[in-house]
Design a protein around this ligand. Sequence first.
Ligand SMILES: CC(C)(COP(=O)(O)OP(=O)(O)OC[C@H]1O[C@@H](n2cnc3c(N)ncnc32)[C@H](O)[C@@H]1OP(=O)(O)O)[C@@H](O)C(=O)NCCC(=O)NCCS
Length: 202
Amino acid sequence: MITYRQATLDDVDGMAEVEAASWPRSLAASRKAIADRVSVFAAAQWVAVLDGRIIGAAFAQRICLQQLQTTPLTYEYVTDHGTFRKTHLSDGPIYQLVGVGVAPAGQGMGCGRALIDRQIEFARGIDGITRILGFTRPVRFHQFPQLSIEEYLKRRSESGHVADPVLSFHLDSGARLVSSHADFRPNDHESRGYGILIEYPA
Ligand SMILES: CC(C)(COP(=O)(O)OP(=O)(O)OC[C@H]1O[C@@H](n2cnc3c(N)ncnc32)[C@H](O)[C@@H]1OP(=O)(O)O)[C@@H](O)C(=O)NCCC(=O)NCCS
């Protein structure tokens, strides 16, 4: 059975392994960045554990609206290069989901969804949190170079769901699309650099 819990510094190696296995190399958070995240705000870093091994990890921090209104808005800016060191505010009203990853062998079993659901449940219980937001990835956008981001976001599968699998992971589970941001993560080639801001009900 998969169990879900908040991370401690002892989990950092396992979380870094999951990160390296699940994300494209240029996007995976480093061991050092993960250690920083746990040091800064351990309660918002969650792990999924199966048979004593970490198979999934989901990260978050607290920020304020002004941080999202800065231009240019980039992943490096809004996460302090993935560390949360200068960006996490202990009284920030926005709970920002930063990334979820599941090791390939554990994907498709509901683990990613359960991690995000745990994060949302936790955020809703924090005094002073008014919004739950996250930047996600239009991960198959690179397969449609002829489309603008607006056209790509309108694509639907035959069953009527948002066609992009990572977007549908969020949008089919209660999140709404807020805005799209060019050059959010220029090294996310699959997403053609775009970050898509989504929001779950707080
Ligand atoms: C996105 C991710 C965390 C999903 O984890 P998971 O444990 O496989 O997800 P779940 O089993 O809970 O949910 C599966 C759903 O996710 C969606 N999905 C996400 N990525 C998918 C992929 N590569 N292929 C197919 N479906 C995918 C599907 O909608 C699927 O729904 P279904 O089960 O009804 O078909 C995982 O694919 C991953 O680690 N990806 C790489 C890192 C990344 O891009 N993270 C997203 C950042 S916001």
